[in-house]
Write a new protein. Sequence first.
Lengths: 83, 83
Amino acid sequence: MDALARSAGQLGHIIRRRRKALGLTQTDLAGLSGVRQELISRIETGHDGARLGTINSLLAALDLEMTVGPRSKSSAADILDAL
Amino acid sequence: MDALARSAGQLGHIIRRRRKALGLTQTDLAGLSGVRQELISRIETGHDGARLGTINSLLAALDLEMTVGPRSKSSAADILDAL
DNA sequence: GTGCTTTATGTGATTAAGGGCATAAACCAA
DNA sequence: TTGGTTTATGCCCTTAATCACATAAAGCAC
């Protein structure tokens, strides 16, 4: 299900988890997304200066999508998920 | 409800809609978020080079949050919302 | 229309992202 | 442990985002 991504660190975690769930290495994802392996490494570990376009390239390659809505509706699952 | 933000343009729309719903001007939001008015203007109109940190500053100031999940579950409401 | 507010855009300076390459560090399997 | 794979970092360079200020262009009330 959807995971909360309020910070760059949380977003990085989501990306990493999904990548591994798909059985991909950072290098594989680099090939799919056009984003370099080194950059993927930095983003997955919480680099908050990444550009929106770069993030979107990764999400698209991982068949993920971003949604935006009002805050403060986080469930326990979301919180655990964000660790 | 949560709105789909697959592109910078969609995200910009969401931000603008929320800002207006809160009765804020771009200058107000600039004060709240620390992001300059000119930049907010560019982001709201679909600037895809914005940094993740900048986007997060705006979302936080607007009391919005981002979630990430698998694609292709868009409802008609999401699609209309994204226009 | 006039005036005021809000939003969009242009320029130059500063700062940082990402490209590109190298390599260290961590992680496994044999 | 040793070797191969995967991930993390360091550096330089080019490009671009953001700052900062100014101003044009819309929008809106009166």
